[in-house]
Design a protein around this ligand. Structure first.
Ligand code: AMP
Ligand code: MG
Length: 321
């Protein structure tokens, strides 16, 4: 399948130019996403190529569209035999499994077959038939993924299952990049992987960063609220990020509900999670978008993160801020 870049907006806008040092911004298209890294010193600039190498290394583990990735190897073989997995990928899959269980599949690591069916974000995106959806739903049951912690293997109890880490991968990469810059002494930097932002340290003048959350209804540049924050990740999910419109004008977006087989539809139109654990924030932003306000609030409190939700009535809900 050819991939098709449909990044219409950056979800989060950053206002970081109000300090005395000039930002140096480096942008590359990676993981189907416009990835930009902003640093402020010559020393930090020298770290940027290493950061893009980290993105490439992690993609080779988790990108289900890359047939040579480790996740593709699992997806091809785990129904035939228990597949031995690297420490790194096993621990990410375990974390994704645990959030899948807690959210009862609102975030579902086993959503791969449904994502492949719709192909949203590719030039082959289409609305599947009812029958195709009916046949796919049984393949999304995460209880049929067996993780053996001793042997560090993954098996599928059913043919045709697929793990999709698309709803957690950017957060995981953001955490790895934040750790890399911190270990190398960086005091101020911004990592922006599409909707996943990690602000490292504070602005060069010592003040917190100001982050704008994009208004789903406005064209590029509009935001519905701003946050002041330091040393944390801000991850947003919204149905306006990747979608296609069919002949009769119906919009189908990329966050799918594994109970119905269709794009998720709740009382939330944008969900942002704020946490220094970007891997977790990424999964929870997707889960809350699917679950809606009430269960989303409970989940945010359970995990001890903060959140900003925008409801379908344009109400801004702040939790833990
Ligand atoms: P995000 O943009 O982080 O909300 O994640 C969306 C991506 O995660 C999609 O492009 C799919 O690859 C995958 N995905 C879609 N729906 C779900 C879901 N309910 N649970 C987990 N991953 C999902
Ligand atoms: Mg996500």
């Amino acid at each position: 399948m050819r991939r098709f870049f449909l990044i219409l907006f950056s979800v989060i806008l950053l206002f970081c130019s109000c300090s005395s040092d000039e930002p140096r911004v480096f942008t590359e298209l990676r993981m189907d996403t416009v990835c930009s890294i902003t640093v402020y010193t010559k020393e930090d600039e020298s770290l940027v190529p290493g950061a893009f190498d980290i993105i490439a290394d992690i993609s080779s583990l988790i990108d289900m569209y890359d047939s040579s990735s480790e996740i593709s190897y699992i997806n091809e073989n785990a129904a035939s035999f228990p597949v031995a997995v690297s420490d790194e990928l096993f621990s990410l899959i375990s974390k994704a499994y645990s959030v899948t269980e807690y959210t009862d599949g609102a975030f579902n690591l086993a959503i791969g077959p449904l994502v492949s069916l719709w192909q949203i974000g590719t030039e082959d995106a289409h609305r599947p038939s009812e029958e195709e959806i009916r046949n796919t739903l049984p393949l999304l049951d995460w209880h049929n993924i067996v993780l053996d912690e001793e042997a560090m293997t993954v098996s599928f109890l059913q043919e045709g299952m697929k793990i999709d880490l698309g709803g957690v991968g950017k957060g995981y990469v953001a955490d790895a990049l934040a750790a890399y810059f911190r270990e190398n002494g960086t005091k101020s930097a911004i990592i922006n992987l599409g909707g996943n932002v990690y602000v490292i340290g504070s602005r060069t003048d010592g003040k917190p960063w100001t982050v704008g959350l994009q208004d789903p209804e406005s064209s590029r540049g509009g935001y519905y609220t701003t946050l002041k924050c330091s040393d944390t990740s801000i991850v947003t999910s919204g149905g306006y990020e990747r979608y296609f419109v069919d002949e009769d004008g119906t919009v189908y977006h990329h966050i799918l509900d594994s109970r119905t087989g269709y794009p998720a539809s709740s009382d939330l139109i944008s969900t942002s999670i704020i946490s220094p654990d970007s891997t977790l924030a990424d999964m929870l932003s997707t889960a809350c978008y699917v679950m809606g306000r009430e269960k989303g609030e409970q989940t945010v409190r359970h995990y001890g993160v903060s959140a900003v939700f925008l409801t379908d009535e344009n109400e801004e809900v702040r939790i833990g801020i």
